[in-house]
Design a protein around this ligand. Structure first.
Ligand code: SIN
Length: 349
C-alpha cells in the first residue's frame, strides 16, 4: 500500500513540475521574454580559386558571394579563397570531394583525374575561335560534358571563360622549330604535354601558383596562358616574346559536390542556379574586356614583343600539333570530337 502511495506522490510531483514548466513558457511568451530557440546556421559555401581577385574568375567569385548574401541572406554564407590561398587547383578537386570545399572553378585542363571527355578542350586548333568554343559548350554535347563527372561526385554548373592561350617564351619564336629544346610550364594535361613533346619542347606540369617563380628562376623558358593571367603574374618581364597562336582557350568549369547540391533545400538551390546563370553571363562578358585590357597593358609595358603569326606560320604550328587529335581521339571519344567540329558554324535551326 505504501509503495502505491509513494508511486502516486511521485507521479503527482512530475505533473506539478510539468504544469509549472508550461506556465513559465506561457508567461514568457505573454511577457515577450526571449525564449532561446536555436536558429539554423546559414549553409556555408567555400569557394576556392587560384587566380587574382581582379581576373574574370576572381571577379566572378566575388560577385557570386555578393549576390548570394543579398538574395539568400541568413540562409547561405559564402567564403572565397582567392589566389590559391588555401588550395591549388589539383588539390581543390580533392577538397571538394572530401567535403572541405563546396565550389571551385578549375581550368578545364585540370579535370584529367576525373574526366576523360573534358580533355577535348585541350586539343590544339580544334576550336577556331571563342565563338566556336561557346557554341560547343552550349550545345547538347557540351552540356553532356558538364554532367560527365556526376558519377564521380562532381556536378558541373557552368562554363566560365577566360581567353585564348598565348605562348610566352624567353626567345622569339615564329614557327615550331624555334622552340626546340625549350622547357615549358604547362597545366597538368596529358594532351598539352603531348602537344609540346611533338615539337621537342619539354613539358613540366606545375600549379599556377608557381608559374611566376618558374619563369624568374629560369626553371622554364616558356609557358602558355590567357592574357589576363600573363599580365597578373607579369610573365612578360621574363618571357617577353608572346605568340598569339589561339591554339586553345583557357576556360573553366564552375563545379560543386553533387551530394551537397542535391541536399540543398529546393528554393535555395533554385536561387543559387539563377545567381550562377547571372554571374556566368557577367564573367564571360568581363573575360573579353579584361583580356583585351591585359593585352594592351602588356603591349604598353615596352618589355614585350607580341608576335602575330602569318597564315603560313600558323599552318606550320597546326601541322606540327595535328597528331595530338588522333592520339587522344579514342580516349576522349571520336563522336564528341565530331560534334565539336559541327559547332564550327552556327546551326541553321
Ligand atoms: C587559372 O586561370 O585558373 C589558372 C590557369 C593555369 O594554371 O595556368
Amino acid at each position: 500500500m505504501n509503495r502505491i502511495r509513494g508511486q502516486f506522490r511521485r507521479q503527482k510531483g512530475w505533473q506539478h513540475f510539468g504544469l509549472a514548466l508550461c506556465g513559465w513558457f506561457l508567461c514568457a511568451i505573454v511577457a515577450g521574454f526571449p525564449i532561446a530557440v536555436e536558429s539554423a546556421e546559414p549553409i556555408l559555401i567555400r569557394f576556392s580559386h587560384v587566380v587574382s581577385e581582379s581576373s574574370p574568375k576572381g571577379v566572378g567569385a566575388k560577385r557570386f558571394k555578393e549576390l548570394v548574401e543579398q538574395r539568400l541572406a541568413g540562409k547561405v554564407r559564402v567564403e572565397v579563397y582567392p589566389g590559391a590561398s588555401r588550395y591549388d587547383d589539383d588539390r581543390a578537386i580533392l577538397a571538394l570531394l572530401l567535403g572541405e570545399l563546396e565550389m571551385a572553378a578549375p581550368s578545364l585542363s585540370k579535370f584529367r583525374p576525373v574526366s576523360k571527355s573534358l580533355q577535348i578542350f585541350d586539343i590544339p586548333f580544334l576550336f577556331q575561335d571563342l565563338a566556336h568554343l561557346k557554341r560547343f559548350q552550349e550545345s547538347a554535347s557540351g552540356k553532356q560534358v558538364l554532367k560527365s563527372m556526376e558519377a564521380r561526385g562532381i556536378r558541373g554548373l557552368a562554363y566560365w571563360d577566360n581567353g585564348p592561350r598565348v605562348i610566352a617564351t624567353a626567345r622569339p619564336a615564329r614557327v615550331p622549330i624555334d622552340l626546340k629544346g625549350a622547357v615549358f610550364r604547362i597545366e597538368p594535361s596529358d594532351v598539352t604535354a603531348a602537344q609540346y613533346r611533338l615539337i621537342d619542347v619539354v613539358p613540366l606540369a606545375m600549379p599556377f601558383s608557381r608559374a611566376r617563380d618558374a619563369a624568374i628562376t629560369g626553371l622554364v623558358n616558356g609557358q602558355e596562358n590567357a592574357w589576363s593571367n600573363i599580365a597578373s603574374k607579369r610573365l612578360q618581364d621574363y618571357l617577353p616574346h608572346l605568340i598569339e597562336l589561339d591554339h586553345t582557350f583557357l576556360s573553366y568549369m564552375l563545379v560543386t559536390r553533387t551530394s551537397f547540391w542535391n541536399d540543398l533545400p529546393a528554393d535555395v538551390r533554385r536561387e543559387l542556379e539563377n545567381i550562377v546563370a547571372e554571374v556566368t553571363a557577367e564573367v564571360n562578358r568581363l573575360a573579353l574586356e579584361k583580356n583585351a585590357a591585359a593585352r594592351a597593358a602588356v603591349a604598353a609595358s615596352g618589355k614585350a614583343q607580341i608576335i602575330e603569326p602569318s597564315s603560313e606560320q600558323k599552318s606550320a604550328w597546326q601541322a606540327a600539333f595535328a597528331p595530338v587529335r588522333e592520339e587522344f581521339a579514342d580516349m576522349i571519344g571520336r563522336s564528341l570530337i565530331e560534334e565539336a567540329g559541327k559547332s564550327a558554324t552556327p546551326s541553321s535551326n
